[in-house]
Design a protein around this ligand. Structure first.
Ligand SMILES: Cc1cc2nc3c(=O)[nH]c(=O)nc-3n(C[C@H](O)[C@H](O)[C@H](O)COP(=O)(O)O)c2cc1C
Length: 189
């Protein structure tokens, strides 16, 4: 295949090939991290490798986006946690623009989750505990203080489940002063 054939090769590649689990929209939890826990556990149960790997998107000081893969460290009512070196592009970008988005994709279940919100640096103790929990090899040459845990505090979490007949499902949680509201707008894609 030459590069000239790339467009037709891409068009011929199948997508949305997994098998979406049954989803009852009448029994959704009130809080997004609860549904997230159900979905990541379902992904693990289906044998998805590294279901806790996610894309972290940030923007630089000029508003230009950036993205990379990270490991999810925790999820709770507080938000979604991730960690990395202070001397990094992501750390620099989060200082200048403390907003981010996370993307999880679990192909066999035809599911993705998008999380958006503000990012807060965890306390030095929490970052040190995160570093201490890493493997010895991963800790080598990393000093406490140079490793940071962050919490993404979401204001919007979207769960998307694809269907082969293109009748996809979208579940959106949005935060307001009154707490979380839940909607299921028409899904596209
Ligand atoms: C599966 C996988 C997991 C990763 N997990 C992390 C992580 O938890 N923290 C991290 O800082 N980098 C992680 N990386 C490396 C990042 O993708 C990225 O290359 C690195 O953090 C530098 O990004 P930056 O230059 O935007 O700061 C991971 C990469 C892969 C492929």
């Amino acid at each position: 295949m030459t590069l000239d054939d790339m467009s037709s090769w891409l068009r011929a590649q199948p997508s949305l090939r997994g098998s979406a689990p049954p989803l009852d929209l009448r029994t959704l939890p009130d809080l997004p991290h609860v549904l997230f826990a159900q979905w990541i556990l379902a992904a693990a149960g289906e044998g998805v490798p590294e279901p806790h790997a996610m894309t972290l998107a940030t923007v630089d000081h000029e508003g230009v986006p950036d993205a990379r893969t990270l490991i999810l460290k925790d999820v709770s009512e507080r938000g979604w946690a991730f960690a990395g070196p202070r001397a990094s592009r992501k750390a620099e970008q989060l200082v200048t623009r403390p907003h981010a988005a996370l993307l999880f994709r679990w192909q066999p279940l035809v599911r993705e989750v998008r999380v958006r919100g503000r990012v807060q640096e965890a306390s030095p103790e929490e970052s040190a505990a995160d570093l201490a929990a890493r493997s010895e090899a991963a800790r080598r040459d990393v000093e406490p203080g140079s490793w940071v845990r962050w919490w993404l505090v979401p204001d919007r979490v979207e769960f998307w489940q694809g269907a082969t007949d293109r009748r996809h499902t979208r579940i959106v949680y949005e935060r307001s002063d009154d707490g979380w509201s839940l909607s299921t707008p028409a899904a596209v894609g």
